[in-house]
Design a protein around this ligand. Structure first.
Ligand code: SF4
Length: 61
């Protein structure tokens, strides 16, 4: 079974800053994502502010 174990020291993607430390893809000490790319979406019909957007690559730690 595939498990995402890419979040180790040195694997922070400095192109994707993120403060969601509860995400399994977060890189711990640094406020960056460990993925090569992420998907951002929205749960709103007509998004008007940043709270309307979501990281669809979020995975529970
Ligand atoms: S997958 Fe999304 S929420 Fe998770 S660490 Fe990366 S950018 Fe942050």
């Amino acid at each position: 079974m595939y498990t995402n174990d890419s979040c180790h020291s040195g694997s922070a993607n400095h192109c994707i800053a993120c403060t969601v430390q509860q995400c399994a893809n977060h890189c711990g000490k640094e406020d960056y994502c460990s993925l090569n790319k992420i998907l951002v979406g929205t749960h709103e019909y007509n998004p008007t502010e940043d709270q309307c957007t979501d990281c669809k690559s979020f995975r529970k730690r």
